[in-house]
Ligand binder design. Structure first.
Ligand code: SF4
Length: 361
């Protein structure tokens, strides 16, 4: 069975974000961003509730103006999740967000204005132990770096840009930092994060920016984030797709589960079907999927379509159903436990699943 909470690299700096820990070996944290107008407190809180239900652990809201910063007080107070304030340019919005108790601020020190303004933000964040995320996006690299690189966004340019921002915080001895390096191009994002990780112990927030609409954007995100996670890089993730944020959370969890980085629920393995198929596989798999909905154990469950190859092909599954002509087999780790008639497959699967779950208690 898969470990449900694979730790991340313990050598990475540990950063406290509200009641969560990012880095320092903690499991990868799932986050998303509200798409509501932050000034609409009710709508924002309702969306946060839906996100929490979907498995989101940390939520970011945009704070583009004073009214939005004033709404933060109520949002932070009632939110079931730690709230991150996303701020550009205006240091006063950052100060207000820190005052009302957000769990993290996303700013880029270089666009906050003078050293003195930056120092005020850092002092306020430091006093409340609120971390800062430096968010480097391919669309907003400093002009001199872009010019030097012939206006091509390079992984090196992105990392250099992050290092400049970190230096501004370092000068004030501020170490509570998380960094993100996002491009909409997968290769650039992967390379930038690899380069950064080779240079720094600061936790990385992974994502592919402006990944696209739900389907294609999810695939892009899964490749970019997945490759890095498989290399042990990344302490928190966000999928950025043009869809409801709950969809982003769903994809985040699929990425974590598919890479084996974090698993909270069963993994369903279904055979792709072929000419040997002996049963209506998709309806059977959907029934099994429904049964697994409330299960909170990281077990592997297989649904296979023929008795010839099925048992062998689901050897790695903790429990499985193999469909045959008018019958079915219930298997555990590839061993046949029971042969049942087709009409009893689901009931027998349920009873065997119950036994397995009891053994795991
Ligand atoms: Fe084909 Fe049987 Fe394998 Fe499914 S389990 S892909 S039906 S051989």
């Amino acid at each position: 069975m898969t470990n449900s909470q694979f730790p991340t690299n313990p050598l990475i700096r540990s950063i406290k974000v509200g009641n969560l820990v990012i880095g320092g070996g903690a499991p990868v944290v799932v986050q998303s961003m509200c798409s509501t107008d932050t000034c609409d407190v009710r709508a924002t809180l309702a969306q946060i509730q839906r996100l929490a239900k979907a498995g989101c652990e940390l939520v970011r809201v945009a704070v583009p103006n004073k009214k939005a910063s004033q709404s933060l007080y109520q949002i932070v107070k009632e939110s079931p999740l730690p709230v991150v304030a996303d701020i550009h340019f205006d240091y006063r919005l950052a100060l207000e967000a820190i005052k009302v108790g957000v769990a993290k601020v996303r700013i880029n020190p270089g666009n906050i204005g003078s050293q003195e303004r930056l120092k005020r933000v850092i002092d306020a964040a430091g006093a409340r132990q609120i971390p800062i995320r430096i968010g480097i996006n391919s669309g907003s690299l400093p002009e001199d770096i872009l010019e030097r690189d012939n206006f091509i966004v390079t992984p090196q340019g992105m990392v250099e840009s992050a290092m400049r921002e970190i230096e501004l915080l370092d000068k004030q001895n501020f170490k509570d930092i998380i960094v993100s390096l996002k491009a909409s191009d997968i290769k650039t994002t992967i390379e930038a994060n690899r380069l950064f990780r080779a240079k720094s112990d600061i936790p990385l927030h992974l994502g592919i920016t402006e990944a696209g609409l739900k389907g294609y954007g999810s695939v892009k995100s899964a490749i970019g984030i997945g490759v890095l996670l498989m290399e042990g890089i990344g302490e928190t993730i966000r999928v950025s797709i043009a869809a409801e944020p709950e969809e982003e959370v769903k994809v985040c969890w699929w990425i974590l589960e598919a890479t084996g980085v974090r698993r909270m629920s069963p993994e369903l393995v279904v055979c792709p079907t072929c000419g040997r198929l002996e049963i209506a596989l998709v309806p059977l798999a959907k029934k099994v999927e429904r049964i697994l909905k409330g299960v909170k154990k990281p077990i592997k469950v297989a649904v296979m379509g023929c008795v010839v190859n099925g048992p062998g092909e689901c050897r790695e599954a903790d429990i499985g159903v193999v469909g045959g002509k008018g019958k079915g087999l219930i298997v555990r780790k590839g061993e046949i436990v029971k042969s049942v008639s087709e009409k009893d497959i689901i009931a027998e699967f349920k009873s065997e699943l119950k036994k397995l779950l009891n053994q795991l208690e």
